[in-house]
Structures are given as C-alpha cells and as structure tokens.
Design a binder for this molecule. Structure first.
Ligand code: GLN
Length: 313
C-alpha cells in the first residue's frame, strides 16, 4: 500500500458519497422496535488518519446506537485485563459460521468455541470484565467506550429500554451459556449490561475515532491516551477479520482484506493498521444484518485509495 495524499482522500470520499447517496436497498433493523424508527436515508462516511486528521462526508453528527460494534471494545478491554489466553479459553475465538444470535452455535459446542463478536460470546465477554457489581462493570464499560472515542458518550435510553423489553432471545442465550458454566457474572445482569453497551450513542466521527485508535495500536490519536496495548490490538483485529460481519465475514474479508465490525444500528468501522480508521453509517441492512451503503462505501474507498494490505502492486 501507499500513503494517499490529503486531496486524494477528500475527492475519493466525496465521489463515494455521491455514488451511494441515493441507494435505498435493504431495510432498518426492526427486531429492536426503536431501530425501525431511525431515519433510513441518513448516510455518513468518516476517515481519520494517524495524525488525527478527520475527513468526512454526509450526516457526520447524526447519533445512532453502536450495537454490535461495542463488542470489539469489550473484547479489547477483556484482553487488556485478563490476557489473550484467558479470552481464548473462557470465550473462544473461532468463527461460528452461524448467525450472530445463534443458540445452535452455543448448543453444538456446549458453550465453547464461540467468539466475542457473536451475541452469546459477547455477553460472556461482558460478564468477565472487571468490577464486582453491576455498577462497577458498567463504569468500566462506558469508560472504555469514552476512551476509544475520546469524548464522553451517552446511552440512548429509548433504544436501551426498547431492547431490554424485547431481548428474551439474548436472555435465553445467557441462560444457556450459564448452564454450560460459560458465564462469569450473573447471567441476566450481564445481558442487561450488554444491552446497555449496545445502546451507547455514537456519531460516525466517534466511530472513525474508535477505528483510528485501533489502527494506531490502541492509543487514541487525538487525546493520546493509551486505551489498550498494541499486543491487545494485535489480538482484536484478527477476530474482527474473521468474525466482524457476522456470517458474511468471509465474503467481506475476501473482497476488502481489512478487519471490520458492523452493528445493526447501521454503523461499520474498518481498520487499516498503522494508518486509518474508516467508518460509515447508513441504517438500511442486508439479510446478514450489515449496512448496505456502509459496506459498499468502505469497500470502494479501500479499493480507490489502495488500502488493501494484501494487494501488492
Ligand atoms: N444489541 C443487538 C443484539 O443483541 C446487537 C446485535 C448487532 O448489532 N448485530 O441483538
């Protein structure tokens, strides 16, 4: 890869935004009732470079819930606190090949061989974070998110309440995990913490800053705070590469070659290690639960700016 010039990044960003701004394929997630209400036409793309330089297009200030992307941050924190081996042993790091909320994936290996980026593994990862009480664990989770984003984030209360009232399936996953002794805190409290972390509100600049912090070896490029170690990031990015876009993770990696993570709120972040954090947001999702415009926008940008690390030319 080469390092693109600033003007080139700006023009590619603009071109990509214009190419997809009228695309209406897919639909909002609606299994969490509040997500169905998010304006579907919202679209934003942000790139943040190693010097903290921000490039943006579209609705960059629009707030939305982070959803599954929070799983990356709690994974990073768990590795930082307990070590990579503990996460490998207590949760697992292999792709399940199943949908993100699969109970079958839990049942078939008795709660083992999951990964922190599918619901059951993510709830278990949240349960293993440091803190003796619900409150202590929550402080740990929100602080981690604030540190990655470089500013204080808030919970989207309507989304939190909406999902808490309808998350019986996740409660069932936690109980099933508990039956296999693969939960490390009260299962229902862990589901609640997980639901709340998924409801943290971000905008696309926050998402790009989270991505840029990962691209920068775990140090936020603007606040300069060391959020997690480079060694932790080196374990997080491969899990994103193999499991970041649910059961379409293989297709994504095959085509784009970068670790990424999506959320059903419509956000996707991709990481160019040592260089850029790229984020895009658009609420309409495909069958796998990944934002259609966000995927296409990031894929185009990576190709046009020649950021695929596997493409040597
Ligand atoms: N909170 C959502 C859930 O548990 C997150 C899922 C996602 O973004 N894929 O279903």
């Amino acid at each position: 890869t080469t390092t693109p010039q600033k003007g080139q990044i700006e023009s590619v960003l603009k071109e990509t935004y214009n190419k997809y701004k009228d695309l209406k394929e897919g639909k909002n997630a609606d299994y969490i009732p509040e997500l169905a209400k998010v304006p579907s036409d919202q679209f934003a793309i942000v790139i943040i470079g190693p010097d903290g330089q921000v490039y943006s297009q579209g609705d960059v200030d629009a707030l939305y819930s982070i959803q599954s992307i929070s799983k990356v941050l709690t994974l990073a924190r768990a590795i930082e606190e307990s070590g990579a081996q503990a996460v490998q042993d207590k949760i697992g790091v292999d792709p399940t090949g199943q949908r993100f909320n699969s109970a079958l994936a839990v049942e078939q290996n008795k709660g083992k061989e999951l990964n922190p980026l599918v619901n059951a593994g993510a709830i278990a990862t949240t349960s293993m974070l440091k803190g003796n009480t619900y409150e202590e664990k929550w402080k740990n989770i929100i602080q981690t998110h604030n540190d990655f984003a470089g500013r204080q984030l808030e919970v989207n209360e309507p989304v939190y309440k909406s999902e808490a009232a309808t998350n019986q399936h996740n409660q069932a996953l936690a109980s099933l995990m508990n039956s296999f002794e693969r939960m490390y805190f009260d299962p229902q409290k862990s589901v609640d913490l997980y639901t709340k972390q998924c409801a943290i509100n971000i905008n696309t600049k926050d998402l790009a800053m989270i991505a840029a912090t990962l691209a920068n070896g775990g140090t936020n490029p603007v606040t300069k705070k060391k959020v997690v170690s480079p060694q932790t990031v080196a374990h997080v990015l491969p899990v994103m590469a193999t499991c970041g876009l649910y059961d379409d993770s293989g297709i994504w990696f095959y085509n784009v070659g970068l670790p990424a993570k999506s959320g059903v709120g419509g956000g996707i972040m991709a990481i160019v290690p040592g260089q850029y954090g790229i984020a895009a947001f658009s609420p309409r999702l495909d069958e796998a639960g990944n934002s259609i415009r966000a995927q296409r926008a990031i894929a185009d940008i990576v190709s046009k700016l020649n950021l695929n690390p596997y493409l040597i030319q």
